[in-house]
Design a protein around this ligand. Structure first.
Ligand SMILES: [Zn+2]
Length: 171
């Protein structure tokens, strides 16, 4: 059995005992989380959240890309979330390569360039990356200034979250 078939068949079991059919669309705890896609993070149990309580937006790196910001804007303005959390983690794959190197490798492998993605957005400094993503979200003109946007690093070895202190406090 291929992988997709095996998870589709696991869903058969899941749906047999399904009791979440009456959840409301807006997240009940009004929280939106932007996190890396890393397979070692299971966001809900990690944060004591249940289905229906938070929006979870994920991509490689937990980056405030145009699409992640699109989701956060929809999350707040249409679905009522009032606090944002950005989660990166130790041992992230995004720390292991450089944009140019990957681009060259793919160009060689496929014998052609590609219009997208324009950037892979690899980074070298975890805390600094978190600060930048927080800043990017906070400074967006359509994200209200009174929405807390806090950044964290999750340790994949201990399961602990550590808050990343902003470079400059106040303003
Ligand atoms: Zn990662």
């Amino acid at each position: 059995m291929n992988i997709v078939d095996s998870v589709v068949s696991a869903n058969e079991n899941y749906s047999r005992d399904f009791r979440l059919g009456s959840l409301a669309m807006p997240p009940s705890r009004r929280l939106a989380i932007l996190a890396c896609m890393d397979a070692r993070m299971t966001i809900e149990p990690m944060l004591g959240l249940k289905t229906g309580e938070a929006h979870i937006i994920r991509n490689a790196g937990g980056l405030a890309t145009e699409d992640a910001i699109r989701s956060l804007i929809i999350s707040h303005h249409l679905l009522g979330t009032t606090e944002f959390m950005i989660i990166n983690h130790t041992d992230c794959g995004m720390l292991t390569f450089k944009d140019d190197g990957l681009r060259e490798r793919l160009k060689k492998k496929f014998g052609q360039t590609a219009p997208t993605p324009r950037h892979f957005l690899a980074f070298q400094d975890l805390d600094e990356n978190v600060r930048q993503q927080v800043e990017k979200v906070k400074s967006h003109p359509w994200i209200p200034k009174d929405i807390p946007v806090r950044g964290f690093v999750y340790d994949v070895k201990t399961g602990r979250l550590r808050e990343v202190v902003p470079a400059t406090v106040g303003a």
